[in-house]
Design a protein around this ligand. Structure first.
Ligand SMILES: Cc1cc2nc3c(=O)[nH]c(=O)nc-3n(C[C@H](O)[C@H](O)[C@H](O)COP(=O)(O)O)c2cc1C
Length: 148
């Protein structure tokens, strides 16, 4: 069973809700999961953080939400050594916008640069096609958790 930190990027609450549901599901499977609504660098680099689950929406013109941006910038600037850690990624967006799910793509690129090991493929949830993002995430989490 893993210590999992859920890193939330949310402006209007959708990604936050998905993150909380995922955490409940993961804890039900026996993992120790904490949702970080304003994730801090110290919490990410901590030795007892084994797995990161990024759950972010995209805002503005393809940007990372304000609550996740400080962590993104710090990780980019400080480039900590994170190759022992693993991550998964849930990316919410709306294909009616030009830069669909771009915040998830930016987080994915950054975590790859930092050599964090990705578990599974990114789940992209398009608000145009998916009326119930929690349900989509729940199915994905079942498969993802089986790979941890
Ligand atoms: C002002 C605004 C800008 C947005 N820009 C984008 C975008 O560039 N790309 C995208 O895929 N989705 C974009 N979205 C859609 C959001 O990512 C989507 O609605 C998401 O579910 C919001 O999640 P949140 O409630 O956690 O903030 C935008 C939404 C708003 C309201």
């Amino acid at each position: 069973m893993a210590n999992i930190k859920v890193l939330v990027g949310s402006t209007y609450g959708n990604a936050q809700q998905v993150a909380e549901d995922c955490a409940e599901q993961l804890n039900g499977l026996g993992h120790n999961t904490v949702v970080l609504a304003e994730p801090k660098l110290e919490e990410v680099v901590a030795d007892d953080t084994e797995v990161l689950l990024v759950c972010t929406a995209t805002i503005g013109l393809g940007e990372i939400p304000n609550n996740l941006m400080p962590l993104y910038s710090q990780l980019k600037d400080q480039a900590p050594q994170l190759s022992e850690k693993r991550y998964g990624l849930i990316s919410l967006g709306d294909s009616g916008y030009q830069n669909f799910a771009n915040a998830g793509k930016l987080m994915d690129e950054l975590l790859q640069e930092l050599q964090v090991q990705r578990v599974g493929e990114t789940l992209e949830i398009d608000a145009c096609e998916t009326p119930d993002p929690e349900e989509a995430a729940s199915e994905w989490i079942s498969a993802w958790a089986a790979q941890l």
